[in-house]
Design a protein around this ligand. Structure first.
Ligand code: MF3
Ligand code: CO
Length: 252
């Protein structure tokens, strides 16, 4: 948990940049296909097809036994929702896509949440706050700071709105493996945790509940929902720390 980050060299960062761009290209394609009436398995098929086209491997499929390439989480589902042919998007839903690929031995990982058709103002606000929390966290990914500075920036922004950050899932280092040290919690104290230096690559991923942060895992063994069934949103970028500040690798 307090393990040190694995520093990446410039050539490794170049590969991670490509891997993460491919992830975001695929996420944007999925996002553009969001509309009422589509079942969530259709996004899995799209993601697999795009992986083939771009000659990359999906990073999640088979990871710790997860059976799909994509995580699709609706409404009160926080993360790790599984694609299903009998799960149909409806107007007003919010849907999170979490996706990763392996390119030349390195992993890209990113996530975003979008509305299906017209969504409530409450849902709109939750998406805005969660995405802004991600950028507040990213802004602390600077040489000399510590992981806790990122965590605190995310938590304090989210809690200003009466929302809560999920505690039982965290961001992470990323590179040859999807999950590398250090853990990047979305809650914590400034000045604590591992030190950040140039060449550290982090997947920063606030998961926010409009209600309580308590989590329940559904019968399928994967889908994480808010225990009080309140809405939840998730945004994630993979970021490298450089002498010029954070560079978002999963940015088009
Ligand atoms: N983005 C998630 C993470 O970083 C995806 C993992 S899903 C799994 O933990 F299925 F691969 F476990
Ligand atoms: Co991640």
């Amino acid at each position: 948990m307090k393990a040190k980050p694995i520093l990446k060299s410039p050539w490794e960062i170049e590969i991670l940049r490509k891997a993460n761009r491919i992830v975001m290209e695929i996420l944007v394609s999925l996002k553009e296909a969001v509309k009422p009436g589509v079942n969530t398995y259709e996004f899995e098929e799209m993601a697999l097809n795009l992986c083939e086209k771009k000659k990359v491997k999906p990073a999640f499929k088979g990871y710790r036994g997860y059976p799909y390439a994509l995580c699709v989480s609706l409404n009160e589902e926080i993360v790790h929702g599984m694609p299903r042919k009998d799960r149909i998007l409806a107007e007003g839903d919010i849907v999170s896509f979490d996706f990763g690929v392996i390119y030349e031995g390195y992993v890209g990982d990113a996530a975003l949440t979008v509305g299906v058709g017209k969504i409530s103002e409450t849902a709109e606000k939750l998406l805005r706050v969660t995405e802004e929390a991600l950028y507040r966290g990213i802004d602390k990914a600077r040489i000399g700071n510590r992981v806790g500075d990122i965590s605190f920036a995310i938590q304090s922004y989210v809690e200003k709105f009466g929302y809560n950050v999920i505690r039982s899932f965290v961001g992470h280092g990323i590179g040859r493996n999807l999950h590398e040290p250090p853990e990047v919690p979305n809650f914590g104290k400034p000045g604590r945790g591992p030190k950040l230096e140039a060449g550290v690559v982090l997947a920063i991923e606030p998961m926010v509940s409009a209600g309580s942060y308590e989590v329940q895992i559904l019968e399928d063994g994967w889908t994480a929902v808010t225990k009080d069934r309140s809405l939840s949103a998730h945004f994630e970028h993979s970021v490298v720390i450089t002498p010029n500040g954070p560079e978002i690798l999963s940015m088009l």
